[in-house]
Design a protein around this ligand. Structure first.
Ligand code: HEM
Length: 420
């Protein structure tokens, strides 16, 4: 019953458990060690700041290894994780991100111009296309030239496998004679790898370290012992960023549109703010409120207990998973009055708290793309509202639907755009 609730009705299930058992409870899913769901900010802080050898977030993401490769920052723990994270983080520093801004705006404009007007349009698939173009451009830049087309194609196919992790089940499930999803996956992966390694080699040969694109930042990154990142490391982190940065942002944007079109008061305040000029606090508040009310990942990455650890007065033994729930803490009426209302004003009054607003997780595993994602969301919303009027395709809110690990709008955020 718990497994069914968890997968089929994820938000309702979490709400119901909290009503029945309080802010902390245990969930037992078929064939897995127990998950301890926590939502008290003091306990979330303990989980996010526990020493790296005590809690291991990397263990829960192993299923992604065939896509992202063994060096991915997502899969590692302790020293190895921190070493990779230090190599990746400079790509997201303020100055580099500013260098990416005009490119993101350009890609966004092109995409939005191509969206249909005056007809019912599910906005989620459009956003998926848009964020894929943005992340490809941010990672590879525009100078990739003729490799970009084939790369887009093979990456889309790879990412589809990521959305259906069952197709990545271990080799025992492989179909014989090179058929079946696993064989197809291996073929797509070989093609993608060829393109990515080709791109890394070309850039090394050209000593092409200028530009703000992320691949250049990795080529220019050095380990603490002074050695450069290997091609394999660069490849693995690039795929990690493509996988982690595409679907999440698309879905969060789709939810933001879905919420805005149901809240005329918020929508008109936002349109007014956007019309008035750039860099407005109301837009930032809308984005934060969307991430609070509809976090696309309901929980931070599960942290597997490796050594006995005390959290909130209870000692947990190895193998159980600690799960800090963004959904629950962000819908806690002790912290957010009227937690189910879409009220961006709450973030005009105060900034989000480190342990009460956790759509990007926290501690040394906090999402490396958090600023990038919020910048991209701001650019997309500004561009969309500047050029179109948006309204809901149907009355009433869209239900939440689970899609792999994200929670998406049930009907794909059906919207009608009209030119302004
Ligand atoms: C709205 C969009 C996004 C959301 C809601 C989101 C959310 C998250 C969450 C919840 C985590 C786990 C953090 C934890 O357990 O403490 C995470 C990790 C991560 N995210 Fe994001 N993310 C988004 C966009 C992005 C983008 C655009 C990128 C890259 C370009 C990215 C790259 C990563 C990476 C590499 C990690 C792993 C960090 C580590 O393990 O050290 N994400 N993200």
């Amino acid at each position: 019953m718990q497994t069914f609730g968890w997968w089929a009705r994820p938000t309702g299930f979490l709400d119901r458990c909290r009503r029945r058992y309080g802010k902390r409870f245990t969930v037992r899913l078929a064939a897995q060690d127990p998950f301890i769901v926590i939502s008290d900010p003091a306990e979330i802080k303990q989980v996010f700041t526990a020493p790296p050898d005590v809690l291991h977030p990397g263990e829960g993401t192993r299923i992604l290894e065939p896509i992202v490769g063994p060096n991915s920052i997502l899969l590692l723990d302790e020293g190895a994780h921190m070493a990779q994270r230090k190599l990746v983080l400079p790509a997201f520093h303020g100055e580099r991100m500013r260098g990416l801004e005009s490119m993101i705006a350009e890609v966004t404009r092109e995409q939005i111009d191509s969206w249909p007007r005056d007809e019912l349009t599910p906005i989620h698939p459009r956003m998926q296309r848009l964020t894929l173009e943005v992340i490809l451009a941010a990672v590879f830049g525009v100078r990739t030239g003729e490799r970009l087309g084939p790369l887009r194609e093979s990456l889309t196919a790879m990412l589809d496998f990521g959305m259906n992790p069952l197709s990545l089940l271990p080799p025992a499930r492989r179909a014989p004679f090179g058929r079946g999803p696993w064989a197809r996956f291996l073929k797509v992966r070989a093609r993608t790898d060829e393109l990515i390694y080709g791109e890394i080699k070309d850039r090394r040969d050209r000593q092409d370290e200028g530009g703000s694109e992320i691949i250049n930042s990795l080529i220019a990154a050095y380990h603490e012992d002074g050695s450069p990142m290997s091609d394999v490391e660069i490849h693995d982190e690039l795929l990690t960023l493509l996988v982690a940065g595409h679907e999440t942002t698309a879905t969060q944007l789709a939810w933001t549109i879905e919420r805005l079109t149901r809240e005329p008061r918020v929508l008109s305040a936002l349109v007014e703010a956007v019309d008035e000029g750039e860099g407005d606090p109301y837009l930032t508040a809308v984005i934060r409120e969307s991430l609070r009310l509809r976090p696309v990942l309901l929980n931070a990455a599960p942290r597997t207990v490796k050594k006995p650890v005390e959290i909130g007065g209870i000692v947990y033994e190895p193998r159980v998973h600690m799960l800090a729930s963004a959904w629950l803490v962000q819908h806690d009426s002790d912290i957010y009055p009227e937690p189910y209302a879409f009220r961006p004003e709450r973030f005009l009054e105060s900034d989000p708290g480190t342990y009460t607003w956790i759509p990007f997780g926290g501690g040394r595993r906090r999402c490396v793309g958090a600023s990038f994602a919020q910048l991209e969301m701001a650019i997309v919303l500004r561009e969309l509202l500047r050029t179109t009027e948006i309204r809901a395709g149907a009355e009433g809110p869209e239900a939440t639907r689970r899609r792999a690990i994200t929670v998406t709008p049930g009907r794909g955020a059906e919207t009608i755009l009209t030119g302004r």
